[in-house]
Design a protein around this ligand. Sequence first.
Ligand SMILES: Cc1cc2nc3c(=O)[nH]c(=O)nc-3n(C[C@H](O)[C@H](O)[C@H](O)COP(=O)(O)O)c2cc1C
Length: 170
Amino acid sequence: MKTMVIYQSKTGFTKRYAEWIAAALGCDALAWKDAQRMDLAACDTLIYGGWFHAGSIMGLKKFLAKAAPLGKKLAVFATGASPAENPEVESSLKKNFTPEQWGRIKTFYFPGGLNYENMGRMDRMLMAAFRAMVKKQEGENSEMYMMLCKSYDLTDRKYIEPLVAYCQEA
Ligand SMILES: Cc1cc2nc3c(=O)[nH]c(=O)nc-3n(C[C@H](O)[C@H](O)[C@H](O)COP(=O)(O)O)c2cc1C
């Protein structure tokens, strides 16, 4: 049973989850740019992890275009700034799939956080615009605005457990 974890990560949260999953399953975790050179058809299970960027899971479309036709067991996880308990997480995930894909591909959400230090310049600017919008709409004392004002880390190894269990099922 060959499994591979493939991920895209800019500031490190998704990479951390990918590496935790790979360690738990005893397989490799590869960045998408390196995974493209690998023979994905040689795997039985493919796991893809990407981060939410304005509602889209980074790299998911390209991954699915390549991996879905192979007929392998697939699992997807996304990381984002929201806590795991956010009730909007499920609908945000769902928007990234066709109804057929959503019914067939098991999908998970793992809370990441925000890491302003490792973000690119453009992403920092986009976050500044988003912060300004939240400040205007919800006020500078709102929980959401205050959360967006500095880096934070919500990652925890415990979140990978359901995905790992799913991938270990025959
Ligand atoms: C420009 C930008 C847009 C983002 N959009 C979302 C979003 O729509 N939903 C969300 O939950 N998180 C959003 N985030 C937060 C990232 O998804 C989060 O920081 C993620 O864990 C980063 O993963 P990485 O460290 O692997 O790059 C956004 C971050 C940036 C910089």
